[in-house]
Write a protein that binds this ligand. Structure first.
Ligand SMILES: [Zn+2]
Length: 69
């Protein structure tokens, strides 16, 4: 299910996590050459991707929210 990115934070491993409008979190990794998301490594890139849609598989599976909305 497509959900809007509303924020970010980093996990203990300094990987970036997108916070989605539905209350779920999703890793937005930059791991070339498999996953190319260079934008996630800069604050400008991250802010320019706010409001973009990510496919939330947690919604598809009906999982509990990761944060209160
Ligand atoms: Zn979701």
């Amino acid at each position: 299910m497509d959900r809007c990115i509303v924020g970010y934070h980093q996990d203990d491993d300094t990987q970036w996590i997108a916070e989605l409008e539905c209350g779920h979190y999703q890793h937005v990794r930059h791991q070339p050459p498999w996953i190319n998301r260079a934008w996630v490594t800069s604050s400008h890139g991250r802010s320019s991707h706010l409001g973009e849609m990510l496919d939330c598989r947690k919604c598809d599976r009906g999982e509990a929210r990761d944060r209160a909305v």
